[in-house]
Design a binder for this molecule. Structure first.
Ligand code: 13P
Length: 251
Protein backbone atom coordinates (compact mmCIF):
# COMPACT_ATOMS: atom_id res chain seq x y z
CA UNK A 1 0.00 0.00 0.00
CA UNK A 2 1.50 3.32 -0.91
CA UNK A 3 1.00 6.25 1.38
CA UNK A 4 1.43 9.76 -0.03
CA UNK A 5 4.38 11.52 1.64
CA UNK A 6 3.53 14.45 3.87
CA UNK A 7 5.93 17.27 4.71
CA UNK A 8 4.71 19.53 7.50
CA UNK A 9 6.40 22.69 8.74
CA UNK A 10 5.91 23.42 12.42
CA UNK A 11 6.96 27.04 12.78
CA UNK A 12 6.57 27.01 16.58
CA UNK A 13 6.75 30.62 17.93
CA UNK A 14 8.50 31.97 14.83
CA UNK A 15 7.53 34.26 11.94
CA UNK A 16 5.28 37.30 12.32
CA UNK A 17 2.30 37.92 10.07
CA UNK A 18 4.48 40.01 7.73
CA UNK A 19 7.10 37.26 7.62
CA UNK A 20 4.42 34.66 6.97
CA UNK A 21 3.12 36.56 3.95
CA UNK A 22 6.66 37.06 2.67
CA UNK A 23 7.38 33.33 3.09
CA UNK A 24 4.26 32.34 1.18
CA UNK A 25 4.84 34.87 -1.61
CA UNK A 26 8.18 33.23 -2.19
CA UNK A 27 7.24 29.58 -1.55
CA UNK A 28 3.83 29.18 -3.21
CA UNK A 29 4.73 29.96 -6.84
CA UNK A 30 7.39 27.20 -6.69
CA UNK A 31 5.29 24.69 -4.80
CA UNK A 32 2.83 23.87 -7.57
CA UNK A 33 2.13 20.33 -8.69
CA UNK A 34 4.47 18.60 -6.23
CA UNK A 35 3.85 14.94 -5.51
CA UNK A 36 3.82 15.29 -1.72
CA UNK A 37 1.22 16.71 0.65
CA UNK A 38 2.47 19.95 2.19
CA UNK A 39 1.24 21.54 5.42
CA UNK A 40 2.43 24.71 7.12
CA UNK A 41 1.63 25.37 10.76
CA UNK A 42 2.25 29.03 11.62
CA UNK A 43 1.39 30.65 14.97
CA UNK A 44 -2.33 31.30 15.61
CA UNK A 45 -2.02 35.02 14.89
CA UNK A 46 -0.94 34.30 11.30
CA UNK A 47 -3.44 31.61 10.39
CA UNK A 48 -6.00 33.89 8.82
CA UNK A 49 -3.46 35.73 6.65
CA UNK A 50 -1.93 32.39 5.64
CA UNK A 51 -5.35 30.92 4.78
CA UNK A 52 -6.03 33.83 2.41
CA UNK A 53 -2.74 33.18 0.63
CA UNK A 54 -3.28 29.41 0.49
CA UNK A 55 -6.76 29.59 -1.02
CA UNK A 56 -6.78 27.76 -4.35
CA UNK A 57 -3.36 26.14 -3.77
CA UNK A 58 -2.54 22.55 -2.78
CA UNK A 59 -0.69 23.63 0.37
CA UNK A 60 -2.68 22.91 3.52
CA UNK A 61 -2.85 24.90 6.74
CA UNK A 62 -2.41 23.56 10.25
CA UNK A 63 -2.54 24.99 13.76
CA UNK A 64 0.02 24.04 16.41
CA UNK A 65 -2.43 23.30 19.21
CA UNK A 66 -6.10 23.63 20.22
CA UNK A 67 -8.38 23.19 23.20
CA UNK A 68 -10.79 20.27 23.15
CA UNK A 69 -13.88 22.33 24.09
CA UNK A 70 -15.84 24.27 21.45
CA UNK A 71 -15.97 27.46 23.55
CA UNK A 72 -15.98 28.72 27.11
CA UNK A 73 -14.01 30.34 29.90
CA UNK A 74 -10.51 29.13 28.92
CA UNK A 75 -8.45 32.32 28.76
CA UNK A 76 -5.75 32.20 26.13
CA UNK A 77 -7.04 29.07 24.41
CA UNK A 78 -8.28 28.53 20.85
CA UNK A 79 -11.07 26.12 19.95
CA UNK A 80 -11.49 23.65 17.08
CA UNK A 81 -14.54 25.59 15.87
CA UNK A 82 -12.37 28.71 15.53
CA UNK A 83 -9.69 26.78 13.64
CA UNK A 84 -12.19 25.21 11.29
CA UNK A 85 -13.62 28.61 10.40
CA UNK A 86 -10.17 30.01 9.38
CA UNK A 87 -10.16 27.36 7.65
CA UNK A 88 -7.43 25.06 9.02
CA UNK A 89 -7.12 21.51 7.72
CA UNK A 90 -4.71 20.05 10.28
CA UNK A 91 -3.80 20.56 13.92
CA UNK A 92 -0.65 19.42 15.72
CA UNK A 93 -1.52 17.70 18.98
CA UNK A 94 0.72 16.76 21.89
CA UNK A 95 4.00 18.20 20.63
CA UNK A 96 6.72 17.45 23.19
CA UNK A 97 7.12 21.19 23.86
CA UNK A 98 3.43 21.34 24.81
CA UNK A 99 3.81 18.28 27.01
CA UNK A 100 7.00 19.61 28.61
CA UNK A 101 6.22 23.33 29.11
CA UNK A 102 2.42 23.41 29.13
CA UNK A 103 1.59 20.30 31.12
CA UNK A 104 -0.16 18.39 28.36
CA UNK A 105 -0.76 14.76 29.23
CA UNK A 106 -1.75 11.62 27.35
CA UNK A 107 -5.27 12.26 28.62
CA UNK A 108 -5.54 15.81 27.21
CA UNK A 109 -3.92 14.61 23.99
CA UNK A 110 -6.63 11.95 23.65
CA UNK A 111 -9.38 14.53 24.32
CA UNK A 112 -7.91 16.87 21.72
CA UNK A 113 -7.65 14.14 19.07
CA UNK A 114 -11.31 13.20 19.58
CA UNK A 115 -12.39 16.82 19.42
CA UNK A 116 -10.30 17.53 16.29
CA UNK A 117 -11.84 14.54 14.51
CA UNK A 118 -15.32 15.62 15.54
CA UNK A 119 -14.64 19.00 13.94
CA UNK A 120 -13.14 17.55 10.79
CA UNK A 121 -9.60 18.70 11.57
CA UNK A 122 -6.84 16.19 10.80
CA UNK A 123 -4.68 15.64 13.89
CA UNK A 124 -0.89 15.33 13.67
CA UNK A 125 -0.21 13.50 16.92
CA UNK A 126 3.32 13.75 18.32
CA UNK A 127 5.05 11.12 20.41
CA UNK A 128 8.67 10.86 21.46
CA UNK A 129 11.09 9.85 24.19
CA UNK A 130 13.62 11.92 26.14
CA UNK A 131 17.35 11.25 26.10
CA UNK A 132 17.13 9.75 29.61
CA UNK A 133 14.41 7.37 28.48
CA UNK A 134 16.44 6.32 25.43
CA UNK A 135 19.52 5.71 27.58
CA UNK A 136 17.45 3.73 30.07
CA UNK A 137 16.30 1.51 27.20
CA UNK A 138 12.60 2.27 27.65
CA UNK A 139 12.00 4.03 24.31
CA UNK A 140 9.70 1.37 22.88
CA UNK A 141 7.51 0.87 25.93
CA UNK A 142 7.19 4.64 26.40
CA UNK A 143 6.21 5.34 22.78
CA UNK A 144 3.80 2.41 22.66
CA UNK A 145 2.02 3.64 25.76
CA UNK A 146 1.82 7.18 24.30
CA UNK A 147 0.27 5.72 21.13
CA UNK A 148 -2.16 3.49 22.99
CA UNK A 149 -3.30 6.30 25.30
CA UNK A 150 -3.65 8.74 22.40
CA UNK A 151 -5.97 6.31 20.60
CA UNK A 152 -8.14 5.38 23.57
CA UNK A 153 -11.80 5.02 22.45
CA UNK A 154 -11.09 6.21 18.91
CA UNK A 155 -12.97 4.04 16.39
CA UNK A 156 -11.08 2.39 13.52
CA UNK A 157 -12.91 4.32 10.79
CA UNK A 158 -11.29 7.51 12.14
CA UNK A 159 -7.74 6.17 12.08
CA UNK A 160 -6.98 7.03 8.46
CA UNK A 161 -7.46 10.71 9.31
CA UNK A 162 -4.80 10.65 12.01
CA UNK A 163 -1.16 11.36 11.23
CA UNK A 164 1.45 10.33 13.79
CA UNK A 165 4.79 12.07 14.18
CA UNK A 166 7.63 10.30 15.98
CA UNK A 167 9.84 13.07 17.36
CA UNK A 168 12.58 11.94 19.75
CA UNK A 169 12.92 14.89 22.15
CA UNK A 170 16.73 14.70 22.09
CA UNK A 171 16.69 15.24 18.31
CA UNK A 172 14.50 18.37 18.33
CA UNK A 173 16.41 21.54 17.51
CA UNK A 174 19.69 19.92 18.50
CA UNK A 175 21.06 19.08 15.06
CA UNK A 176 21.16 15.43 16.22
CA UNK A 177 18.92 13.40 13.93
CA UNK A 178 17.96 9.87 14.85
CA UNK A 179 19.61 7.58 12.34
CA UNK A 180 17.24 6.54 9.59
CA UNK A 181 17.29 2.98 10.87
CA UNK A 182 16.58 4.02 14.49
CA UNK A 183 13.65 6.15 13.29
CA UNK A 184 12.40 3.28 11.12
CA UNK A 185 12.62 0.88 14.05
CA UNK A 186 10.36 3.01 16.26
CA UNK A 187 8.01 3.99 13.44
CA UNK A 188 7.50 0.41 12.31
CA UNK A 189 6.80 -0.52 15.94
CA UNK A 190 4.14 2.24 16.05
CA UNK A 191 2.56 0.76 12.94
CA UNK A 192 2.61 -2.72 14.50
CA UNK A 193 0.98 -1.28 17.63
CA UNK A 194 -1.81 0.26 15.52
CA UNK A 195 -2.25 -3.11 13.76
CA UNK A 196 -2.53 -4.80 17.15
CA UNK A 197 -5.05 -2.22 18.44
CA UNK A 198 -7.09 -2.20 15.19
CA UNK A 199 -6.00 -4.30 12.20
CA UNK A 200 -3.14 -4.38 9.72
CA UNK A 201 -5.24 -2.82 6.92
CA UNK A 202 -5.88 0.21 9.09
CA UNK A 203 -2.25 0.39 10.21
CA UNK A 204 -1.06 0.34 6.61
CA UNK A 205 -3.15 3.43 5.86
CA UNK A 206 -1.92 5.64 8.72
CA UNK A 207 0.86 8.05 7.85
CA UNK A 208 3.69 8.24 10.35
CA UNK A 209 6.21 11.07 10.09
CA UNK A 210 9.64 11.52 11.60
CA UNK A 211 10.60 14.83 13.25
CA UNK A 212 13.81 16.09 14.85
CA UNK A 213 16.51 18.05 13.00
CA UNK A 214 15.20 17.10 9.55
CA UNK A 215 17.05 19.10 6.89
CA UNK A 216 17.39 19.00 3.11
CA UNK A 217 20.65 17.08 3.67
CA UNK A 218 19.13 14.17 5.57
CA UNK A 219 15.53 13.86 4.36
CA UNK A 220 16.26 11.50 1.46
CA UNK A 221 17.86 8.92 3.67
CA UNK A 222 14.96 9.05 6.14
CA UNK A 223 12.37 8.79 3.37
CA UNK A 224 14.00 5.66 1.98
CA UNK A 225 12.82 3.73 5.04
CA UNK A 226 9.71 1.65 4.43
CA UNK A 227 7.56 3.04 7.25
CA UNK A 228 8.60 6.71 7.28
CA UNK A 229 5.90 8.61 5.40
CA UNK A 230 7.17 12.15 5.74
CA UNK A 231 8.61 14.73 8.11
CA UNK A 232 7.48 17.21 10.72
CA UNK A 233 10.05 19.96 10.44
CA UNK A 234 10.87 22.85 12.77
CA UNK A 235 13.94 24.99 12.00
CA UNK A 236 14.37 23.99 8.35
CA UNK A 237 10.72 24.86 7.56
CA UNK A 238 11.16 28.56 8.41
CA UNK A 239 12.83 29.64 5.19
CA UNK A 240 11.15 29.14 1.82
CA UNK A 241 14.26 27.74 0.13
CA UNK A 242 15.00 25.02 2.65
CA UNK A 243 11.30 24.13 3.02
CA UNK A 244 11.03 23.86 -0.77
CA UNK A 245 14.12 21.63 -0.82
CA UNK A 246 12.43 19.37 1.75
CA UNK A 247 9.18 19.24 -0.26
CA UNK A 248 11.10 18.21 -3.39
CA UNK A 249 13.27 15.51 -1.76
CA UNK A 250 11.95 13.01 -4.33
CA UNK A 251 12.65 15.06 -7.48
P1 13P B 1 13.53 20.82 14.45
O1 13P B 1 13.29 20.38 13.01
O2 13P B 1 13.87 22.26 14.59
O3 13P B 1 14.47 19.89 15.15
O4 13P B 1 12.10 20.65 15.21
C1 13P B 1 11.41 19.46 15.10
C2 13P B 1 10.05 19.65 15.66
O5 13P B 1 9.88 19.76 16.86
C3 13P B 1 8.92 19.71 14.72
O6 13P B 1 7.71 19.64 15.37
Amino acid sequence: MSRKPLIAGNWKMNNTKTETIKFLDSFLPKAKGLSVDIVICPPFTNLFAAAEKLEGTDVKLGAQNMHWEDKGAFTGEVSPVMLKEIPCDYVIIGHSERRQYFAETDETVNKKIKSALQHDLLPIVCVGESLDQREEGITMSWIMSQVENALKDIPSQELEKIVFAYEPIWAIGTGKTASASDAQEVISAIRKKIAELYCSDTAEKVRILYGGSVKPENIKELMQEADIDGALVGGASLKPDSFYALCTFNL
